[in-house]
Design a binder for this molecule. Structure first.
Ligand code: FES
Ligand SMILES: [Fe+2]
Length: 360
């Protein structure tokens, strides 16, 4: 069938601006892991749809605010992450967990009525947790995270709660529109050529797709099943684990989060953040499963983690290469694009995308 998105959707500035408003400002947006904010005063900062946001632990309670001081507009938390009281670095206004500047240096120099003081309150955003994942939403509406995930909620919760040691964080800028990067991960049609010596060797295949709300998954067996003696040996340390699946599962949390797992032993969570219409920030986190025992890490596990890291980096470098070629080509075509049955999840992604972008 014909693709639902015309090539200009991948490089048009006005469309990019519309996406920021219609999709990213309205959707639940992944900002990090619960472990990032484990201690009081831990914070992370992100930009969602162009808006600077800080998510901070206030004595155990996680809150999200617009990261802009009400005094004279400085950014309040200036680092990507850290541990620091919620105090503006410019003149020292300190904000409480409700976003009110309850600590103003030399306060008698200001004269605020109660009403004026209330107006200094920072804009607050919804923040919710599912398993080990933290999400925020800029728009005030009645879509809870549970509603957003639908029947996927418990699956995402259970799976992400199984994330154990963080083996690798891979950050790279890709010279391609965010949808090209996301769509690349939603089909296995490219595996034979692009991942000839890497992902292809896993022996994934088939069209076992599931669709839940705007999200979707692909389930596939692998060439080496867990019963294979060599696989059995590598998997032995992880035998006693909290989350198990057969083979490989790849999931998109619409619009830009991709989570995959192999046997529930290794996990990859990737975030594709739009930078501009031609560039995306790709961040990928590799985990091994938690273990239900306290055994010290073996040399075999070390070797497995190293190979996991290298494997993921190789595969994503291969995808980066081809996504950048697609971005170049999209600017020089009059074709709409074609989608095969193997690209059904791309089709669904485009359908969901277009439904939100119906004004253009
Ligand atoms: S701008 Fe923040 S305290 Fe002055
Ligand atoms: Fe790929």
């Amino acid at each position: 069938m014909k693709a639902l998105i015309s090539p200009n959707y991948y490089f048009d500035k006005a469309i990019f601006a519309e996406e920021q408003e219609q999709i990213f400002a309205k959707s639940w947006f992944f900002v990090g892991f619960v472990s990032d904010l484990a201690n009081p005063n831990d914070f992370i900062t992100v930009e969602v749809s162009g808006t600077p946001v800080v998510i901070q632990n206030f004595k155990g309670v996680i809150k999200a605010f617009k990261n802009v001081c009400s005094h004279r507009f400085s950014i309040i938390q200036t680092e990507k992450s850290g541990n620091r009281p919620f105090v503006c670095p410019y003149h020292g206004w300190a904000y409480n967990e409700f976003g009110l500047p309850t600590g103003i240096p030399k306060k008698p120099y200001f004269e605020f009525t109660d009403e004026e003081f209330e107006c200094l309150k920072l804009v607050q955003y919804d923040v919710e947790i599912c398993g080990s994942l933290l999400f925020i939403k800029l728009i005030k509406d009645d879509t809870s995270l549970a509603k957003f995930f639908g029947s996927y909620y418990s699956y995402i919760e259970e799976m992400s709660n199984a994330f154990g040691e963080l083996v690798d964080v891979n950050e790279m800028l890709i010279d391609a529109n965010w949808k090209i990067v996301v769509e690349n991960t939603l089909e296995s049609y490219h595996v034979n050529l692009i991942h000839k010596d890497s992902f292809r060797k896993l022996g994934t295949s088939g069209l076992d797709f599931e669709f839940v709300q705007k999200h979707s998954s692909w389930n596939t067996g692998l060439k080496f099943e867990e019963e294979d003696p060599a696989v059995k040996l590598i998997h032995k340390p992880y035998k006693d684990r909290p989350y198990t699946i057969k083979g490989y599962k790849h999931t998109i949390i619409f619009p830009n989060i991709l989570i995959s797992t192999t046997y529930g032993i290794s996990f990859n969570l990737s975030v594709v953040t739009p930078v501009n219409e031609n560039t995306s920030l790709f961040r990928s986190f590799v985990f091994v499963t938690k273990k239900n025992n306290e055994k010290a890490k073996s040399a075999l596990e070390d070797a497995y983690e190293t190979s996991l890291k290298e494997f993921n980096r190789t595969v994503f470098a291969e995808d980066k290469f081809i996504c950048e070629k697609v971005q170049m080509g999209a600017k020089h075509t009059s074709h709409q694009g074609e989608l095969s049955e193997e690209e059904t999840r791309v089709c669904k992604f485009q359908e969901n995308y277009k439904a939100l972008m119906s004004t253009i």
